[in-house]
Structure formats: C-alpha cells, structure tokens
Design a protein around this ligand. Structure first.
Ligand code: 5RP
Length: 259
C-alpha cells in the first residue's frame, strides 16, 4: 500500500527526472542567456544545469524571476544577470519554469509561489519557454486540480475593489493570500504587492470568445483579457495563448512541458 511518504517521494522523483530531461533537451551548449523560474521544481532545473559543470556553463548568464531564483542561481555558482540589463532587441535563449497546473494545450496557471509577474516578464523575454512540472499538474481544463484559484498580483489599496469585481465576474470565494506561517497580514510579493487567489469553474480550452461564459464557464483567453483590465491588477497567473501568433512579441505559454 502506498503511503503519503511514498507519494511525496514519487512526486520529487518525477520533478527531478522532468527537470534533467528538459535541461538535456533545451539547454544547448551555445546558449548564453537563460531564464530561471521559481518554485520547488526549478530547484532541480538549477541542479541539472550545475551538474553540467563550470566549463559547460562558463559563457552562460542566468536571469532570475525573483529573490528565490536569484538565491538558487548564486548558490549553484552560476553567473547571475538581470532582465533589466537585457537590451530590448535581444531575447533570452530559453527560460525554464514550473507551473501549478498545465492543460492539454499547454496553457498554465502559475503564481503559487507569488512570483508570477517577474515569471511572465522572463518567459515572454525568451525565444523558448519550457515548463517543468510533475504528473499531478496536468489536467484537461485549468482549475481542475489547482482549485486554490488563479493567482492575481494586485496593488494593496485596490484589493477590496478587485475582490468585488472578481465576485461579479463569477469567482467563487476570491481571497487575499495570507502571509507565510508566522507572518501576520497579506503575503507581500518581491514587487511589494499582494496576491489575490480567485477560484473559477474549470476553464474551457477553446479560444472562441463567443463561448466566453456559457454555462458560467470562461475560456482561458477571455478570462485573462477581463482580469488584466481590472484597475489595480498588475499581472495574472494565466500563461496562455497561441505561440504561433505571439512568438514574435514573446510567448506566454511554453513550447514544451516536461512531467
Ligand atoms: C511560482 C510558480 C511556480 O512555478 C509554481 O507555483 C510551481 O511551484 P512548484 O514547482 O513548487 O510546484 O508559479 O510563482
């Protein structure tokens, strides 16, 4: 009989194998600019990169998505660089990041670690965005396995009005994310903002905006378009779209996902 400890071990093994495979397939020796996401899965991505050895990574610079990945990059002895130093005409060669949920079409929910804004900036600055997750994260519709809600980064003074608007849009119990254990008040992001988690009924896959809210269900793109327009919302944890159309200006959803 499988115990909770066995399951936890399986999840960690899955994350580690996915991370090593993603790095093997997508970190080419000639690459020089690499984005590094946030979360527990990305720890294995950095481990896989460091395992290539100093000679292999000597010419590579690594761009973090917040304080956690900054610390990871430094602790691994990799060269830390910042996205604000990247000229507008240049792109990262690849960015690796985790996700909270991945649908069949590779749209993502991200932000469980409160780093979604910088993660989206780094992902859309890369020619290729690669998602690394474990088997629990894959589902047919976003909002099925990740039921805590879509993470939304907001200006604190706007939080009550954003909560009201989310309820009007059909979110079921949106709430301000509390601080980490032992810390009173709301969680404060690396950008000094708050996170609201907004649960919605599982999202349809279609990009057909006519079906925006049929049966109370939003399409991924229609919901994203509406959320980002709420005054006080800085960024949302839906990474979605059609990379074929959007790749020139940066792709929000990954070119590949590893489980
Ligand atoms: C942080 C994120 C993470 O990528 C996401 O929460 C997954 O984390 P983990 O790898 O720990 O499951 O979006 O903002």
């Amino acid at each position: 009989m499988s115990t909770a400890a066995d399951q936890a071990k399986l999840v960690e093994t899955s994350k580690r194998l996915a991370a090593f495979q993603a790095v093997k397939d997508y970190l080419l020796p000639e690459y020089t600019r690499i984005g590094i996401g946030s979360g527990s899965t990305v720890v294995y991505v950095v481990e896989a990169i460091a395992a290539l050895g100093p000679a292999a990574t000597a010419k590579m610079a690594f761009y973090p998505t917040g304080s956690q990945s900054e610390e990871l990059i430094e602790a691994a002895g990799l060269h830390l660089q910042y996205i604000n130093k990247l000229p507008a005409a240049q792109q990262l060669d690849v960015a690796f990041d985790g996700a909270d949920e991945v649908d069949d079409d590779l749209n993502l929910i991200k932000g469980g670690g409160a780093c979604l804004w910088q993660e989206k900036i780094v992902a859309t600055s890369a020619r290729q965005f690669v998602c690394v997750a474990d088997f629990r994260k894959l589902s047919a519709r976003l909002g099925t396995s990740w039921t805590k809600g879509i993470p939304i980064e907001v200006l604190p003074m706007a939080a009550p009005r954003v909560l009201g608007e989310l309820e009007r849009m059909g979110s079921l119990g949106p709430r301000i994310r509390p601080g980490l254990p032992g810390k009173a008040g709301a969680i404060v992001t690396d950008n000094g903002l708050w996170i609201i988690d907004a649960p919605f009924a599982p999202l349809q896959l279609s990009r057909d905006s006519a079906s925006t809210r049929s049966n109370g269900t939003w399409t991924v793109d229609a919901l994203a378009d509406s959320l980002i327009k709420i005054p006080g919302v800085a960024e949302i944890g839906l990474f979605y779209g059609n990379n074929g159309l959007e790749v020139a200006s940066g792709a929000q959803k990954p070119v590949a996902a590893y489980f």
